[in-house]
Design a protein around this ligand. Structure first.
Ligand code: GLA
Length: 587
C-alpha cells in the first residue's frame, strides 16, 4: 500500500517529496451528476488533489441522522476522485466556516442551553464524536494507506481565530485517530502569530496557513510556528464571496497567478480556495457579522478558476500555465462556455400566502412568542399571528429581528424590518386588529462569536410596553412548498406587478438539458424551484441577478418553475439569459 507521511522538509509519498497542488470543491455545493465533470476539469488544470469540507448540518438535520444519499454521498465523491487518478483532502470540521449556514454546526445542538460549541464541553463533544464517527466510517476506507485517495485530514478550522482550548483540539484528535484515521492530521490558521499559536497542537497536528496574497511573507510566519516539515497554504484565497447589497468580488488574474507562482516556487503545497465554488443551493448560505449582519448570496462562484457553471475562466488558464512551470499538466483544456438557452416562462396561478397561512405548514399555539430555535425543527420562514387589542394605537416593538420581518395588520402590509438596519419597531395604525408577521432567517452567521445564535423574533413583541401573547405560529414547510400549491381550475394569468407573499408558477420547454441562468432582475425577494429543485434565494438588491440552474435539474421537453415572491414582483415572467450576471464589481 502507498505511504504518505510528513518528512523533515516535505510531504513524502512512498519516500519521495510530494508537492500537493489541490483545489477546493465542496460536493455539497455542486449537483452530484456534475461531480465527475468538475473533478476532471481540476485534473486538466494540473491539480493533483481535491479538497472538500464536510458540512455536518447538511448530513445531520436532526440528531442521530447521517444522510449520505444523493448530493451527500461523500463515499461516491471520494471514489470519483480516485477514479480520476487524483488525491483527496477531507476537512470535516466539525466547524467549517465556509460561508455555510452556521459554519456547518447543526442548529439542534443549540437546543441545549448549557451546550457550548468549539470548546472542551462534554455535551458538545459527545455530539461531535458521534458525527466524526459517522464521517470517518465513510472516509477511513478511502485513506491512501488502504489504497484510496485521501492524503490528509484537517482538524477543526481556523480555530486560532476563535479559541485557544488545547484540550478541545486534543479531544478532536483523539476521536479522529480512534475512528481509524491514520493519515497525517493538519490544522489551518490565518498567518498571525496569535492565531497560529492558539490554533495548533505542537508535534501532533501539522500547522498550515490560509491567505490570498504576500505568499513569501506568510510562509515565513508559518515557518516560525511549524519549524519542520512541509509548508502548506491550505486555503489560497484566489477569489472571494459576496454579500447581498454589496459588490461582486473579483481578484486580479495576474496577481493571483503571481502569488500562486511564488508558493509553488517556494516548494510549498497549496490548496486553492476555491478551485470551483459552486452554489449555496436551497437555504444553505451563511452570513457574516462583524458589527453589521451580512448574509451571503446564493452564488458561491467565488471568482474561482472554474466558474459557478463549471466553465474555465481566464484564471483557470493562467493557473494552468503557472502549474505547468513546475509539473506536467494534461494537454487538453475544457471547452469555453457556450451561451445558454433563453426560454421564457409566463408565471400565473397566483396563490397568495396570506389567504390561508395554515396551508403552508402545521400551525402551533404558543402563549409567548417563541424564537425559531424554540421550535422543532427550527423553521427558516414562519408566520406569527396574534390579535392586538390594546386600548389605543401604538408602536409595535420587537426585542430583535433575525433577520427580516414583514408586518401585516388586518391584511395590509405595514412594512419590512431588516436586521442589518437594526429595525425593530413599527407603528400600528389601530388599537385593534389581526397582526401577522412573516419572519425569515436569512442564513446563520458562520464566523466569529455569533455562530450558533438563535433566529426569529428574539425577546418577544410588545405594544405600550406590554408583551403580546396568544400566538399562532406557522412554520412554512419550504421544501414542500411547490407541492402545497392549490390545484388551479382556470389558469389565471396576472398581467402587471404582483405584491407578495405570493407563489406563482409556469413552464418552459427545452430541446435538451442545458445549464441555464435565470434572470431575477425584475423580481423582489424570494425563492425559486425548477422541477422541484430549490435553486436558492434571489433579492433585488443584488449584486447577483441571475440564479444558476445546473443542467441535471432540467430535462428535454417541459420544465416547471415555481417562484415564491415575498416582496413585489414587477413582471410575472421567468426569463433566462445566455450568461451569468453576478453584479457590479468594486472598480
Ligand atoms: C477562511 C475559512 C473558510 C472560508 C474563507 C473565506 O479561510 O477557513 O472556510 O470561510 O475564510 O472564504
Amino acid at each position: 500500500m502507498p505511504e504518505f507521511v510528513i518528512g523533515d522538509t516535505d510531504f513524502l509519498l512512498d519516500g519521495k517529496p510530494f508537492q500537493i497542488i489541490s483545489g477546493a470543491l465542496h460536493y455539497f455545493r455542486v449537483h452530484p451528476d456534475l461531480w465527475a465533470d468538475r473533478i476532471d476539469k481540476a485534473r486538466r488544470m494540473g491539480l493533483n488533489t481535491i479538497e472538500t469540507y464536510v458540512a455536518w448540518n447538511a448530513h445531520s438535520p436532526e440528531p442521530g441522522e447521517f444522510d449520505v444519499s444523493g448530493g451527500l454521498d461523500l463515499d461516491r465523491f471520494l471514489r470519483l476522485i480516485a477514479e480520476a487518478g487524483m488525491y483527496a483532502i477531507v476537512r470535516p470540521g466539525p466547524y467549517i466556516c465556509a460561508e455555510w449556514d452556521n459554519g456547518g454546526l447543526p442548529t439542534w445542538l443549540l437546543r441545549d442551553p448549557e451546550l457550548r460549541v468549539r470548546e472542551f464541553e462534554p455535551r458538545y463533544l459527545a455530539a461531535v464524536r458521534g458525527y466524526l464517527d459517522d464521517v470517518y466510517r465513510v472516509v477511513a476506507p478511502h485513506q491512501i494507506d488502504r489504497g484510496g485517495p485521501v492524503l490528509l485530514v484537517q482538524v477543526e478550522n481556523e480555530y486560532g481565530a476563535f479559541g485557544s482550548d488545547k484540550r478541545y483540539l486534543a479531544a478532536l484528535t483523539h476521536y479522529t485517530r480512534a475512528a481509524g484515521i491514520t493519515v497525517p492530521l493538519t490544522t489551518v490558521d490565518q498567518p498571525t502569530h496569535e492565531m497560529l499559536a492558539n490554533g495548533g497542537l505542537d508535534g501532533v497536528l501539522h500547522r498550515t496557513a490560509s491567505f490570498g496574497s504576500q505568499s513569501t511573507a506568510r510562509l515565513k510566519t508559518l515557518r516560525e510556528h511549524q519549524p519542520t516539515g512541509p509548508l502548506m497554504c491550505s486555503e489560497f484565497w484566489n477569489g472571494w464571496f459576496d454579500h447581498w447589497g454589496a459588490h461582486h468580488h473579483t481578484t486580479s488574474v495576474e496577481g493571483s497567478a503571481a502569488d500562486l507562482d511564488a508558493l509553488l516556487a517556494a516548494g510549498a503545497s497549496v490548496n486553492l480556495y476555491m478551485f470551483h465554488g459552486g452554489t449555496n443551493f436551497g437555504l444553505t448560505n451563511g452570513a457574516n457579522d462583524k458589527g453589521v449582519y451580512q448574509p451571503l448570496v446564493t452564488s458561491y462562484d467565488y471568482d474561482a478558476p472554474l466558474d459557478e457553471a463549471g466553465d474555465p475562466t481566464p484564471k483557470y488558464h493562467a493557473f494552468r500555465e503557472v502549474i505547468a512551470r513546475y509539473h506536467k499538466v494534461p494537454d487538453s483544456v475544457p471547452p469555453e462556455a457556450r451561451p445558454a438557452p433563453t426560454p421564457v416562462a409566463v408565471l400565473g396561478d397566483p396563490a397568495w400566502l396570506l389567504d390561508s397561512p395554515r396551508r403552508w405548514g402545521t400551525a402551533q399555539e404558543h402563549e409567548n412568542l417563541p424564537t425559531f430555535d424554540e421550535l422543532t425543527p427550527a423553521p427558516r420562514l414562519a408566520f406569527l399571528r396574534t390579535t392586538v387589542d390594546v386600548g389605543a394605537p401604538g408602536v409595535l416593538t420587537f426585542g430583535e429581528v433575525r433577520d427580516r420581518a414583514t408586518v401585516f395588520f388586518d391584511g395590509d402590509r405595514l412594512g419590512t424590518l431588516l436586521r442589518e438596519h437594526r429595525d425593530r419597531a413599527i407603528r400600528l395604525p389601530r388599537a385593534r386588529g389581526e397582526l401577522l408577521v412573516l419572519v425569515e432567517d436569512l442564513g446563520r452567521v458562520n464566523y466569529g462569536e455569533r455562530i450558533g445564535e438563535a433566529k426569529g423574533i428574539i425577546g418577544g413583541a410588545r405594544v405600550h410596553g406590554e408583551p403580546l401573547t396568544g400566538w399562532e405560529v406557522v412554520p412554512v414547510d419550504v421544501p414542500a412548498l411547490p407541492d402545497l400549491l392549490p390545484e388551479v381550475s382556470a389558469a389565471e394569468r396576472p398581467s402587471g406587478p404582483l405584491s407578495g407573499p405570493v407563489a406563482v408558477r409556469g413552464g418552459f420547454d427545452l430541446d435538451e438539458p442545458a445549464d441555464l441562468f435565470l434572470d431575477t432582475g425584475h423580481w423582489g425577494k424570494g425563492l425559486v424551484w425548477i422541477n422541484g429543485f430549490l435553486l436558492g434565494r434571489y433579492w433585488r438588491r443584488g449584486p447577483q441577478r441571475t440564479l444558476y440552474v445546473p443542467r441535471p435539474a432540467v430535462r428535454a421537453g417541459r420544465n416547471d418553475v415555481v417562484v415564491l415572491e415575498l416582496d413585489t414582483m414587477l413582471e410575472p415572467e421567468a426569463r433566462f439569459v445566455p450568461r451569468p450576471l453576478l453584479g457590479h464589481t468594486e472598480a
